[in-house]
Ligand binder design. Structure first.
Ligand code: ADP
Ligand code: MG
Length: 203
C-alpha cells in the first residue's frame, strides 16, 4: 500500500495505570484488534511527570479546550463548575494527571489502519466514564465522573489515553516512540480489508 493511503493512518493509545491494575490489557487490546487495526508499536513503561506534562501540552490548545469541555459538562448536568476560568481548571487537572499517570506502569501503543484516530476514539468512548456510551471501553469498564474526581481532587480515571486528532497522534507518537520502534509489516487480513480486487480466495 503506497504512503499516504488511508490505511496508513496511525494513532497513539496508552493504557493508563488504572487499566493495568484492573487487569484489562487483553480486553482493551482485543477491542482495537478485532476492528481490523494493526498494532505497530508497544512498550510497557513508567513515565516521568515531565514526560506526562509534555504529552498533554503538545497541543497548545489543550489547556483551553479541556477546561471548556469540563465547564460545559457541569452546566449540561445543571451543576456549577469548580471555576469559570478554563485555564484555572486545567492547571489543576494537569497537576492531578501527573500523579495519576506516573502512579504505575502504563502500556504505550501505536495502532494503524483506516480512520485509526476516529475509530479508536469511538470504541474508547467519551472522556467522562459517567457519560461515555454503553458498549465503549470507558462506558463498560469504569465508574467515575468529573464531580467525584473533583470532590477528591484527582484526575478522572478512565483507563485509556487515545489521540484526539491526526495531528495530535503524530506529535504523540514522536513523543513516546523512536522511529525505529514502529514496525512496518503486513497483516494477512489486510488483503480482505483493503485489497481493491478481493481476489485470490477461491481455489
Ligand atoms: P481525553 O483523554 O478523552 O482526550 P482530555 O484530553 O480532555 O480527554 O483530558 C485528558 C485527561 O485528563 C482525561 O482522560 C482525564 O483523565 C483527565 N481529565 C479531563 N478532564 C478532567 C476533569 N474535569 N476532571 C478531572 N480529570 C479530567
Ligand atoms: Mg485528549
Amino acid at each position: 500500500m503506497e504512503k499516504g493511503h488511508p490505511s496508513k493512518e496511525r494513532t497513539f493509545v496508552a493504557i493508563k495505570p488504572d487499566g493495568i491494575q484492573r487487569t484489562l490489557i487483553g480486553e482493551i487490546i482485543k477491542r482495537y484488534e478485532r476492528m481490523g487495526l494493526k498494532m505497530v508499536a508497544i512498550k510497557i513503561m513508567v513515565a516521568t511527570e515531565d514526560h506526562i506534562e509534555k504529552h498533554y501540552t503538545l497541543d497548545p490548545a489543550w489547556r483551553t479546550v479541556t477546561g471548556e469541555k469540563t465547564i460545559a459538562s457541569y452546566k449540561k448536568k445543571g451543576l456549577t463548575p469548580p471555576s469559570e476560568d478554563p485555564l484555572e481548571i486545567t492547571a489543576k487537572i494537569l497537576a492531578n494527571l501527573k500523579t495519576y499517570m506516573t502512579s504505575g506502569p502504563i502500556l504505550a501503543m501505536v495502532w494503524q489502519g483506516a480512520h485509526a484516530v476516529e475509530v479508536v476514539r469511538k470504541v474508547t468512548g467519551g472522556t467522562e466514564p459517567l457519560t461515555s456510551d454503553v458498549g465503549s471501553i470507558r462506558g463498560d469498564f469504569v465508574l467515575d465522573s468529573y464531580s467525584m474526581s473533583d470532590t477528591d481532587n484527582r484526575a478522572v480515571r478512565n483507563l485509556i489515553h487515545a489521540s484526539g486528532s491526526v495531528d495530535e497522534a503524530e506529535m504523540e507518537i514522536n513523543h513516546w516512540f523512536k522511529p525505529e520502534e514502529l514496525i512496518e509489516y503486513r497483516l494477512v487480513q489486510e488483503q480482505i480489508i483493503y485489497d481493491v480486487n478481493i481476489d485470490g480466495i477461491l481455489e
